[in-house]
Design a protein around this ligand. Structure first.
Ligand code: ZN
Length: 516
């Protein structure tokens, strides 16, 4: 594969046009990076138009007669190849994406975009004043549009399945119900036991850590795990993210609180994990459908949003929040903050950054309680979409679920149902990615460290190259060639399996909290 500018044959012509779709999407990503890091707020209105124009141009080119002619010719040309051949897969993904986009009427998409543009400000104001009623009519309209989207896309089981397809193909409401039940069974006893246990010391995390020093530490730790800054850079933002403009330029951001140091550090490790995925996609796939999500219209090489999250969670939690990591790196972190961490040892630091406490806010939740925030959102979204829950009843349902799962009383809707940006932008069906990512991270990490003893030994010594090599070989380099479960089956011998994740949480938190 690859792009050489020569047009010959069906597949080459298909690669050429798919490469131009990728260029348009990457151009949008550059504008998006700028909007989230550098742009003055006055630019927001026109920038939104520019991004919409590029997205529409990419979709129109994807669904154009030129693409369809090249696609027909490519399918004929590759007809004798095996089903898992990379070029066959790339071709099939173009076909699938065109089918997907053509099922959604332009008029419906337009209404969704318009509503999303207006909804953001209404949501932000409602959150500021903790006034759900002010957002409810907009959310009702957004749920209605998403229901129409589900009907247009089509589904076999539950309309929510159609909405999740864009983010996590193959995931169903029925499958999530089974998965979530197993997670709750495994995790709730831990949450309950920890609520009764003695808290580890964490005062030293809340001292005053200079912003510049935090950014330096964040970058150095990202580089430690293998983030390549010849093809990347780190910047400061309010909401951290990773974004790539092909594997040659993969950027990360982190957020900094001067009074809570772990935020910048773990934010950077998380985003660097995402970045490692993109930086290690096979270079031959650059600009091809195997490095472009043509359904979601993002120029990314990761196979699903959940698979992407598996890489960020793996590096953040299984590596960055491990005991070995702090035995190896606390001295270096301490040296960056003279006098601030002199009274802490590696064991105390490890325990502090792994303390678990139920809270209201998803983005501040710890490794153990995070998934309950996700389960709650997926269950409520599915109920809104199938009509079994009315928007007016949503805050009550939210607060009841928070109480049931985590035992907390939500003080107001700003700290509850209004906390996430997702619904205002029209995104329903994406929250499952986070929990699927957690499960997949544990499954991959378990196989990597058990299967090859050299990897575990290297991690003990602060050497991340063997683990990174294994992940590159089994996950990253394949880009979008294999589905998520194909990838997992090839790497670990089975599709998505929650047991390694539950075992990981049980072992880690039982040890830290001295549970029986
Ligand atoms: Zn992430």
């Amino acid at each position: 594969m690859g792009y050489d500018g020569e047009i010959a044959g069906g597949y080459a012509a298909l690669l050429d046009v798919a490469g131009r779709v990728n260029d348009l999407l990457n151009a949008g990503s550059v504008l998006s990076w700028d909007a989230r890091t550098m742009m003055p707020k006055g630019g927001a209105g026109t920038r939104a138009r520019q991004l919409a124009t590029l997205a529409v141009a990419a979709r129109d080119l994807l669904c154009s007669d030129e693409t369809k002619r090249a696609l027909d010719a490519a399918e004929a040309e590759l007809a004798a190849r095996p089903a898992d051949d990379a070029e066959v897969r790339a071709t099939a993904q173009v076909r699938e994406a065109i089918d997907y986009h053509e099922r959604i009427p332009a008029e419906l998409l337009h209404r969704k975009t318009e509503l999303g543009a207006a909804a953001h400000g209404i949501w932000a104001e409602a959150r500021r004043t903790a006034d759900f009623a002010a957002f409810a009519p907009t959310l009702t309209a957004m749920v209605g549009i998403n229901r129409e989207m589900a009907e247009a896309i089509g589904y076999d089981g539950h309309p929510y399945d159609a909405l999740m397809y864009r983010f996590e193909p193959g995931t169903t409401k029925a499958g999530l119900d089974v998965l979530f039940a197993r997670l709750r069974e495994g995790m709730l006893p831990l949450v309950r036991a920890i609520a009764e246990a003695e808290r580890p010391r964490s005062d030293f995390l809340f001292r005053h850590f200079p912003v510049d020093a935090q950014m330096q530490v964040a970058l150095r730790m990202a580089e430690r795990i293998g983030y390549d800054t010849d093809r990347g850079r780190i910047d400061l933002t309010v909401h951290p993210f990773e974004i790539s403009f092909t594997r040659q330029d993969v950027r990360i951001t982190t957020r900094v609180s001067p009074d809570y140091m772990p935020m910048s550090l773990f934010g950077a490790l998380h985003e660097a994990g995402h970045a490692l995925y993109e930086q290690n996609v096979d270079p031959d796939y650059t600009r091809s459908p195997l490095a472009t999500d043509l359904v979601s219209l993002y120029a990314v090489g990761g196979v699903s949003f959940g698979a992407h999250e598996s890489q960020s969670r793996l590096w953040e939690n299984h590596v960055g929040r491990s005991r070995a990591f702090w035995i190896n790196h606390l001295d270096e972190v301490r040296a960056a903050y003279p006098g601030l961490l002199d009274d802490v040892d590696a064991e105390e630091f490890y325990r502090a950054v792994n303390r678990s406490e139920p809270s209201f806010i998803r983005v501040e939740a710890d490794e153990l309680t995070y998934d309950f925030h996700i389960m709650l959102r997926c269950e409520l979204e599915a109920a809104l979409i199938d009509g079994s829950l009315e928007v007016a009843d949503l805050p009550e349902a939210w607060n009841a679920a928070m109480k049931r799962y985590l035992g907390v009383d939500v003080p107001d809707d700003a700290n509850g149902v209004l906390q996430d940006v997702h619904w205002s932008s029209g995104q329903i069906g994406t929250f499952c990615n986070y929990t699927i990512g957690n499960i997949m991270a544990a499954q991959l990490f378990d196989t990597a460290t058990r299967g090859e003893p050299g990897i575990a030994a290297a991690l003990e010594g602060g050497d991340y190259a063997p683990l990174r090599g294994w992940l590159t070989e089994h996950v990253c380099r394949h880009g979008r060639r294999f589905s998520r479960d194909e990838l997992l089956t090839r790497a670990t011998g089975r599709p998505l399996d929650p047991e390694p994740y539950i075992a990981h949480l049980r072992a880690k938190f039982s040890d830290i909290y001295a549970l029986a």
